[in-house]
Design a protein around this ligand. Structure first.
Ligand code: SF4
Ligand code: SF4
Length: 478
């Protein structure tokens, strides 16, 4: 091992508190818009109603754990359809990869819940304690009455937001207006209070205190993202070729008058001051940079004030940084094999999910052969096999005709069911319910096969004729 394999500098560095300054500009406006839309959806979606007919919940988005259903507007998913969530997870991962291939950590900078809530908590802090300068001054006189009053108000507002964040989460698991009433009158289940408490605590901790440390030290995505990105991805970049050598406005003007090189960067530190993670983007792309674009707004404002062209900091690619050093014009390639593969994967999985959703039936049947005993030898020489059959009815209450095929002459009986004939019982299943029955299939002595045979179990909706089927087998005696 040589000396240069050692990392220079301390292995532990005390956190330097970040005091992001407010900034105006297009990227800030985009962030405000996304914040309002995402939080608006999260906080108010549970109150949106959706009429599904009598006997069914009218909440547009509901995770109904007691009845094991997930409702999303016109879609109702059963536990057997959990593969749709797998599909959603695949699409979410591919979207993340696609965003990364197009514009680096754009998810981190604009849409990640940690970013959105931290941004909101910063807005509250700024509103109560003032902008960067006032907050720094306030922390220097921490124990003054005025500052303590502001700090107390800030924490109170943070806890209120965190509490409402936890409260909104539990509303997705029960009828929202009813649960709000129950929570207010202390009649809600204790698990609701427990989850509100947990989420209040985590929101307050992560958005109010951990802030940028969550992105830098805790989140795995920056590490994964760094391995997935390429030289064509757009990243927030300082144009070194334009900015250096950096100097004050006066010195730059004088240098230019004398024909000496002068960069556009006036070393005003505005890009660092507005950064929510305290990064100096002029040192290049760093793990701490969440690609939020606020330093672009800050620098463009400075450039406008000093009469220089905007874009000293901007979204750009590694390829273009290289090309600029070589005096070549920048090129952009959003559509390339990597982005196409991700887009096709999203379209494919999304298409399959939409197709299966559009064509799925409103009924189903599952069959499980009795294992102990596999068969029952009857005293007259006949043989009986027993099965557990589960009928799924995703529609209104209806009657199903149960048939067994592949066993001529078989007698089919269902415990507790008398409707229907001896080989075709009729079973009632309530609206949006499943019903488990015990089915016996019996053969007379002369009809018993020598070896196990495959059989089909089919249910038919008596009213509509819609069918669903499953397969199992009939085991004769040894
Ligand atoms: S805001 Fe622009 S001009 Fe000011 S220090 Fe940053 S890069 Fe330089
Ligand atoms: S360096 Fe710029 S883009 Fe990166 S986190 Fe800071 S403000 Fe956002």
């Amino acid at each position: 091992m040589t000396d240069d394999t050692f990392i220079e500098g301390p292995l532990y560095e005390k956190r330097r508190k970040v005091y992001p300054q407010s900034v105006h500009g297009p990227f800030r406006r985009i962030k405000w818009t996304i914040l309002c839309v995402t939080l608006g959806v999260y906080y108010f979606l549970p109150f949106l109603r959706w009429n599904r007919g009598p006997g069914l919940p009218d909440q547009a988005v509901l995770i109904d754990l007691p009845h094991r259903r997930f409702y999303f507007f016109f879609i109702e998913l059963w536990p057997q359809e959990v593969y749709y969530f797998t599909g959603l997870l695949i699409i979410a991962a591919m979207m993340l990869f696609l965003m990364n291939a197009v514009a680096g950590r754009i998810w981190c900078g604009y849409m990640c819940p940690q970013t959105v809530w931290t941004d909101l908590f910063y807005a509250v802090e700024r509103w109560v304690e003032g902008d960067r300068r006032e907050r720094i001054q306030g922390d220097k006189h921490y124990w003054s009455f005025d500052h303590l009053r502001k700090v107390a108000l800030k924490h109170f507002l943070w806890i209120m937001i965190a509490w409402w964040t936890g409260g909104a989460w539990v509303l997705y698991f029960s009828d929202a207006p009813t649960l709000v009433k129950d929570l207010a009158t202390f009649q809600a289940p204790y698990t609701a209070y427990l989850w509100i408490g947990i989420l209040t605590g985590t929101t307050y901790l992560f958005a109010g205190h951990a802030r940028e440390q969550t992105c830098i030290y805790m989140c795995p995505w920056p590490r994964i993202q760094a391995a997935l990105t390429d030289e064509w991805a757009l990243n927030v970049t300082y144009r070194r070729d334009r900015g250096e050598p950096r100097m004050s406005v006066k010195k730059a003007e004088a240098a230019r008058l004398h024909g000496e090189p002068a960069g556009d960067c006036v070393d005003c530190h505005q890009c660092i001051n507005v950064c929510p993670t305290g990064v100096d983007i002029r040192h290049g792309i760093q793990l701490g940079c969440i690609q939020c674009g606020l330093c672009i707004d800050a620098c463009d404002n400075v450039m406008r004030e000093i009469g220089r062209p905007s874009g000293l900091i901007g979204y750009d690619t590694d390829i273009n940084m290289q090309r600029r050093r070589e005096g070549k014009a920048p090129i952009y390639r959003i559509i390339r094999p990597r982005t196409l593969i991700y887009a096709v994967a999203i379209a494919l999985v999304g298409g399959i999910m939409l197709y299966t959703l559009a064509t799925r039936g409103t009924m189903d049947v599952n069959v499980l052969h009795e294992r102990n005993p596999l068969f029952v030898q009857l005293s007259d020489g006949g043989v009986r096999n027993d099965y557990t059959v589960r009928l799924l009815n995703k529609g209104a209450q209806r009657s199903f005709l149960l048939e067994v095929s592949g066993l001529p002459g078989a007698t089919v009986r269902v415990a507790g069911v008398t409707a229907g004939s001896g080989d075709k019982p009729i079973i009632e299943v309530g609206q949006d319910q499943t019903r488990e029955i015990r089915m016996s299939v019996q053969l007379e002595p002369g009809r018993v096969p020598r070896a196990a045979v495959d059989i089909g179990i089919r249910i038919t909706d008596v009213a509509s004729g819609e069918t669903a089927s499953a397969r199992d087998h009939f085991v004769p005696a040894d």
